[in-house]
Design a protein around this ligand. Structure first.
Ligand code: FDA
Length: 280
């Protein structure tokens, strides 16, 4: 059962609850990406089960008429078993998404998955353009990856990266990760297709805002993205100023690891939970 302070960061356990949250966000002028929470799968039946759940989710989006796409994780679709298996499941999901006039973002996981995830992305993108991917500014390889994604006209969500990575693969200093974020954001804002600037970091948001203002890049050419429950005032203010904003809305029975990550990430999130608990 979803415990109550977690409802700040997780929409619920069921698809219906997630769709209800998506509808509320749409009413505030906010776009949505629904994320079914789950962990790495090492069993073919479970991978097929997640594929079916994603297919039902895009069906739910179509039936509910909400403005949402979905975010998927390849490790939930069997990437640990066989890359081709995950790829085939992605294709099934993309076909279902196209039928319901929506699209799919492939989340980026830890560095053991980066190459495989990008390979699957490029392979399916050729025939199924309703798919986007994620780039992490902490990874040293990301500059090259971004150039290739720009070349093929792919939709990229830019994030700093949520996983602890070794120095040979990733910048370790926060300042460097931030600098790379700004640099990659500039490249995507200049030449990318509907890039998503996904960060809660005000300095990064301000950098992007200054850049688009200086260059005269129209507000409908990119979007900001926040996680559900984060920076709600800023979210509102960006929407009021005419910027596109998408909120990543996680849901599902396997919510505990995600909720714990949000608490670990930021002291204020722990304070929020303590405050709501003592208020009851
Ligand atoms: P960070 O946590 O680095 O914060 C930097 C500064 O921002 C803080 O010091 C503070 O000044 C300010 N700040 C942060 N939160 C604030 C708040 N709530 N209120 C006020 N100020 C605040 N990762 C990944 O590896 N793969 C993925 O696919 C995704 N997908 C994804 C989607 C979306 C929509 C988002 C927003 C994020 C992801 N991530 C992700 C997670 C991402 O990589 C990263 O771990 C988190 O977003 C945290 O980094 P931030 O850039 O938000 O700022």
């Amino acid at each position: 059962m979803l415990i109550w302070p977690a409802t700040r960061f997780v929409a619920g356990e069921s698809r219906e609850e997630a769709l209800a949250v998506a509808r509320e966000l749409n009413e505030e002028g906010v776009l949505v990406s629904l994320d079914l929470l789950g962990e790495n799968v090492t069993d073919r039946d479970r991978a097929a089960g997640f594929r079916d759940a994603y297919v039902e989710l895009v069906g739910g989006i179509g039936a509910a008429g909400v403005d949402a796409n979905i975010s998927i994780k390849l490790s939930m679709l069997g990437l640990d078993i066989e890359q081709a298996l995950a790829r085939d499941h992605v294709i099934t999901i993309l076909q279902a998404a196209a039928e319901h006039d929506t699209w799919v973002r492939i989340d980026m996981e830890g560095s053991p998955y980066t190459q495989m995830t990008l390979e699957v992305f490029h392979e399916v993108f050729e025939e199924h353009p309703n798919v986007g991917v994620v780039i992490q500014s902490m990874l040293r390889r990301s500059r090259d990856d971004v150039e290739r994604l720009i070349d093929v006209g792919a939709r990229v969500r830019l994030v700093k990266g949520a996983y602890k990575e070794p120095a040979p693969l990733a910048f370790q200093e926060k300042e460097r990760v931030n600098e790379e974020f700004d640099r990659l954001a500039e490249r995507l804002l200049d030449d990318g297709v509907s890039p998503a600037i996904a960060t809660h970091d005000q300095d990064r948001i301000d950098h992007a805002l200054r850049y688009v203002t200086d260059r005269g890049i129209p507000a409908d050419r990119f979007e900001f993205q926040f996680l559900y429950g984060m920076r709600r005032k800023t979210r509102r203010s960006l929407v009021e100023r005419g910027y596109r904003m998408r909120v990543y809305v996680p849901f599902g029975e396997e919510w505990l690891p995600y909720f714990t990550r949000r608490l670990r990430e930021r002291r204020e999130n722990v304070l929020f939970v303590l405050k709501t608990l003592t208020r009851r």
